[in-house]
Design a binder for this molecule. Structure first.
Ligand code: ZN
Length: 684
């Protein structure tokens, strides 16, 4: 036996993870070893000679890839937070074979045979609780991946998946290339009127980087948003808006043929698997369950929002008239953001920057831990001397109120060059009271928040505070899990349910009682003054009907494309979607509007948000509704906290999400709380 220090640090599940030992050259040998082991165990499982039981078949299925899962999670994580060229190439070289291995499991005919054999046993018939759910979900999962198809259809399904993979990758590349192919270089400084100095400086820098004179603008978010929001020159706004909203709809990076093909392939896949539509296939596995339920949900929100939407847009038009006279033109799509910014400034005198001094990162994090202690009775303590991937990373231990260990997590909040952008939560080990005994959970939260400057602490925006709370909510969902089956534990839940535990946490960033716990001026220690707090609350609901209608429009298009749309009857999905989206737009959309051609949420991944765009609104309804109990019974009500932990946070997908929700609320979700939060509950 080699001594522990010679052994590849990715070969065993170790806690704490030996981040100080892991090198790129460990990746391939470790993953290959795990793949060999998992493949051998899969073969053993499929060829089992003794009669199948829950323990020798189902439970093995839940655990036999554990070491592979762990090693891949660690490598994927390192590639996200501390990447090097060597690590990226090692990761890229193992990823395809790992994906292929996972994909092969539900297509293993002998294994499927064992599951069907088990289904006929009295033991299977007598399963209950989470064991029954796991068994049912496993059968569904195999079926949904084609286990029941004959050889010819299985082959066709595999072809569809390959082609879908290629088309969606190409779709995303076209969007990227089309976005990058546009530039607007202005030479006349007077044309920049209206832009803030930061946007002018960025445009100058962009031009210099290209070795050209003047000011260079692109369709990248910061540049595009600044132009639309601030540039006084209307003709330029129109030109850039049109370029942005027709991206990838013509020329060298035309996504039109791909759009049609992706929709055809998805439809064919659903038909092959016995579903009336791709949306029906996707939704079967979600909390919403059916197309009808989603459509009804969207219609209901739309009906409640429309009047407010009309009112907001009239107010904006009137505001423009107040500036430019009674005969000012009708607002065009490229005018909206511009006048919205002017109206917002006139109405609120509120600057997000005013809040920063109240949100020093350390206090925010401490306050968040204190809120978790009050609500869920858990204690979080920092541990020193644990190997991490960067000196800025912190490591914490979570214990329950009785002192028992729940798990550990890492927090990595600041940007670095070798770290990907955005904020996220992930997990490395799923623990809890598992069938084989207790194991601690191991999770992590990452962000790219404003770092400290000089001697000042890191001062966050309110949006960044919400982000920390959001990711911490996902982390609690993982670390408080008490589900004994790993694949149903923690955040392994339906897509339209997974944002409930995260989004609900954001609500505590808006309650004065909670803010006063942690939002303290970094110099004076004072809480947020009442008038600043009121401004922040008012700004929250500004034009909320417009944001809601925009999201609803995309959700309607998504559902329509994945249910009713037929490429045979209607060869142009872009024109088809324009007819739907017009109703949700504050201004008349031009004929060549082609947002669909760059709608990466729906088309840059074989599944992605396809037939799932409604989930954004769905999860908002859930979180606002669930939080209404805290609003009614106390922001820090321990008993409500205990119930939320019991019913939701500890249960993963041990039950249907709808059942879990009902067990907390005593009824089905009600959109009223969301409408109230958005200021849309009173009729206009
Ligand atoms: Zn989230």
């Amino acid at each position: 036996m080699p001594s522990p220090s010679d052994r590849n640090p990715l070969c065993d599940i170790r806690l704490p993870v030996p981040f100080d030992e892991i090198r790129a050259e460990h990746v391939e040998p470790a993953i290959d070893e795990h793949l060999r082991e998992a493949t051998a165990r899969q073969r053993e499982l499929a060829n089992g000679s003794s009669p199948p039981t829950f323990r020798n078949t189902l439970l093995v299925l839940d655990t036999f890839t554990e070491r592979l899962d762990y090693a891949m999670a660690v490598v994927r994580h390192l590639e996200s937070v501390a990447t090097t060229e060597a690590l990226r190439s090692a990761y890229n070289s193992v990823q395809p074979k790992v994906n292929a291995f996972y994909a092969s499991i539900p297509l293993d005919e002998k294994l499927w045979g064992r599951l069907k054999e088990f289904a006929r046993t009295p033991e299977a018939g007598a399963l209950s609780g989470v064991h029954r759910r796991f068994f049912t979900k496993t059968l569904d999962n195999f079926r949904r991946h084609g286990a029941e198809l004959d050889a010819q259809r299985k082959a066709r399904l595999a072809e569809i998946e390959v082609e879908l993979g290629k088309c969606t990758t190409r779709f995303a590349e076209n969007v990227l290339d089309a976005t990058n192919s546009f530039e607007l270089v202005l030479q006349d400084e007077s044309m920049l009127a209206g832009l803030p100095p930061s946007a002018v400086a960025a445009a100058r820098q962009s031009a210099e980087a290209k070795g050209i004179s003047g000011w260079r603008f692109t369709l990248q978010a910061p540049s595009y948003t600044a132009l639309m929001t601030y540039l006084d020159n209307r003709a330029i706004r129109e030109q850039v808006w049109r370029a942005y909203n027709t991206r990838a709809s013509e020329g060298a990076f035309n996504n039109r043929p791909l759009l049609t093909r992706i929709l055809e392939l998805r439809r064919e896949k659903a038909t092959l698997l016995g579903y009336p539509s791709f949306a029906a296939y996707v939704l079967e596995d979600r909390m919403a369950r059916t197309v009808e339920r989603v459509q009804q949900f969207l219609e209901q929100l739309k009906a409640r929002t429309e009047k407010h939407f009309v009112r907001e847009n009239e107010e904006l038009q009137n505001f423009r008239r107040s500036l430019e006279g009674a005969d000012a033109d009708e607002l065009q799509p490229w005018d909206i953001a511009y006048y919205v910014e002017k109206q917002r400034a006139a109405l609120y005198e509120f600057d997000e920057e005013d809040l920063r001094p109240y949100f020093p990162l350390e206090r925010v994090v401490e306050g968040m831990f204190e809120i978790a202690r009050r609500l869920y009775g858990i204690f979080i303590t920092e541990l020193d001397g644990v190997p991490c991937w960067d000196p800025q990373v912190k490591y914490y231990k979570i214990t329950d109120q009785d002192g028992s260990l729940l798990g550990y997590f890492y927090a990595d909040w600041y940007p670095r060059e070798n770290k990907r952008s955005g904020a996220w939560m992930d997990f490395l080990i799923t623990g809890g009271p598992l069938v084989e005994g207790f194991k601690p959970h191991l999770g992590l939260v990452c962000g790219n928040l404003t770092p400290p400057v000089g001697a000042k602490p890191a001062l966050l925006t309110h949006r960044e505070v919400e982000t920390i709370f959001h990711e911490f909510g996902h982390l609690l969902h993982h670390c408080l899990s008490r589900v004994e089956i790993r694949s149903l534990a923690g955040t392994n839940v339906a897509w339209d349910f997974v944002e409930l535990p995260s989004q609900i946490m954001e609500n505590w960033c808006w309650e004065k009682e909670a803010l006063d716990l942690f939002a303290r001026h970094y110099e004076t220690g004072e809480t947020i003054p009442e008038d600043l707090y009121q401004k922040m609350r008012r700004a929250r609901t500004y034009r909320s009907a417009n944001s809601q209608m925009r999201q609803l429009g995309f959700a309607f298009v998504d559902m329509a494309l994945h249910t009713d749309y037929s490429p045979v009857e209607d060869p142009d999905p872009i024109a088809y979607s324009l007819r739907i989206l017009q109703e949700f737009s504050p201004a008349k959309l031009p004929e060549d509007y082609a947002m669909l051609a760059s709608f990466t949420h729906l088309f840059s991944d074989p599944d992605g948000y396809a037939a799932g765009y409604y989930s954004y609104k769905w999860a908002e309804v859930l979180d606002a509704d669930a939080f209404s109990r805290f609003q009614a019974e106390g922001t820090f009500n321990k008993e409500v906290g205990r119930q939320f932990r019991e019913a939701i946070l500890s249960r993963g997908e041990a039950e249907e999400p709808a059942v879990l929700f009902r067990s907390f609320m005593g009824r089905d979700p009600d959109p009223e709380a969301l409408l109230r939060r958005l200021g849309l509950s009173v009729s206009a």
